[in-house]
Design a protein around this ligand. Structure first.
Ligand SMILES: [Zn+2]
Length: 423
């Protein structure tokens, strides 16, 4: 009994040491054995044994020794970032975007597939996803069985991670996506709201590590926000935090999908922008615009309207003024409540007409909130939206992989890299 306990403790200490070495290598490009020994307070012989195990399983590579002015420098080690991968998938109403993400959080392969999803059941969608992720691995010459840690999905809607099911503010019913997919694929599966995934990716990719209070807003067919406060993702008591599209910004307005009126979404979503723009056009102006863009007016979208605003078309500028006003009104409330250090906004209007939109939003923030709340605020436009989202949602599995052992998540698949070292 005592022997078993001691043996268990020794194994746990070995696992923690291996995990600590992997986590140093995760964030540093190159490190020597001596540096690892100092950083982790472990003896050189312990480090040597761990590194030998990591090298023999392919997790770590040795780089050549370099000559310097003070003599030969010790050989550097680095993580083999392509040792294992996570498959990240973004599903939205019209397309599926799949990316293969390595251990350093880099996209090594990605593919976009046009696929209208609205109206299908979750089971229909997931049944198509199963062969798709395997095909993507074949295309990228990745061994699905051996090299893939798991699959991460970014979806619109309210994601209930405790029971691993989903609800959405539309007719799609709840479905236990993560457990269904995990059982079918035989891999770990993580599911995250798309705006939250974007927020995680944005912080990983672009923002300084100390930016622990930030918000990413996505203004598309719906309006979602991912919120990080005090370094933690804000989920909400019913896991519905960030439904910023349903913030009431007017006493008037169209009926929203949530059953209320005056929601931000009814003024600034892509469809609201299109309706607003078309309603402003006289019959002559409508004909002129259709000729200018070379497409029937019913096919116009928010991206084209943003371009027309950039060209000085008055009706498009009028729409921009209105969107800026309502976005600004919503953002001032957010600034007053959360005092974020950074707000990043994505969506076609902001991506196409960055200066026009940010100018209008800043005008509202300055007019309606105290300078102490915005004097250090970074307000900017999101770039590389889908890739950032894929990296963010992959981090849900990557972060688990770098922990010592399985953390009791609802699916039972082990993704800890330590368990794959054979040490
Ligand atoms: Zn609403």
């Amino acid at each position: 009994m005592l022997d078993e306990l001691q043996s268990g403790n020794q194994q746990m200490i070995r696992d923690i040491n291996v995990s600590n070495v992997l986590n140093v290598l995760r964030v540093q490009d190159a490190v020597s054995r001596v540096e690892l020994s100092h950083a982790l307070g472990l003896g050189k012989s312990t480090i040597t044994v761990i590194i030998n195990a990591l090298m023999s399983c392919g997790a770590v590579e040795e780089m050549g020794a370099q000559q310097s002015s003070i003599g030969r420098k010790p050989r550097s080690l680095r993580m083999n970032s392509n040792w294992k991968y996570v498959i990240a998938v973004r599903l939205d109403i019209s397309q599926v975007h799949v990316g293969i993400i390595n251990l350093k959080g880099q996209i090594i392969y990605d593919k976009k597939i046009a696929k209208p999803l609205r109206g299908y059941s979750w089971e229909d969608i997931l049944r198509e996803l199963v062969p798709l992720v395997r095909t993507i691995c074949l295309d990228a010459k990745i061994d699905w069985e051996h090299d893939v840690l798991g699959v991460s999905l970014a979806l619109p809607g309210v994601i209930n991670t405790s029971t691993v099911s989903i609800s959405r503010l539309s007719k799609w019913p709840e479905f236990p996506i993560a457990s269904w997919l995990s059982e079918t694929l035989g891999k770990a599966v993580a599911v995250e709201n798309d705006a939250n995934a974007l927020c995680l990716g944005e912080r990983m990719k672009y923002t300084p590590a100390n930016l622990d209070d930030m918000l990413v807003m996505l203004v598309e067919d719906g309006i979602g926000a991912g919120i990080i406060a005090n370094g933690m993702m804000v989920k909400g008591g019913s896991l519905g935090a960030g439904q910023i599209g349903h913030m009431k910004v007017s006493d008037d307005g169209m009926l929203c999908s949530c059953g209320q009126t005056g929601c931000l979404e009814t003024f600034v979503s892509n469809s609201a922008v299109k309706t607003n723009f078309v309603a402003r056009l006289s019959p002559e102006a409508a004909e002129e615009i259709a000729g200018k863009i070379g497409t029937p007016l019913d096919q116009i979208d928010a991206q084209i309207i943003a371009r027309l605003a950039m060209q000085g078309v008055p009706e498009a500028l009028g729409v921009m003024d209105e969107v800026g006003f309502y976005m600004g009104r919503a953002i001032t409330t957010v600034v007053n409540i959360l005092n974020p250090a950074g707000i990043v906004i994505g969506g076609p209007l902001f991506e196409e007409a960055e200066h026009l939109m940010l100018e209008r939003v800043w005008k509202m923030i300055r007019a309606e909130t105290a300078p102490v709340l915005w004097s250090n605020l970074q307000l900017r436009v999101l770039r590389d939206k889908t890739k950032t989202m894929l990296i963010g949602v992959a981090s849900q599995i990557l972060d688990r992989a770098f922990r010592v052992r399985h953390d009791g998540s609802p699916d039972t698949m082990e993704v800890s890299l330590v368990s794959m070292v054979g040490f």
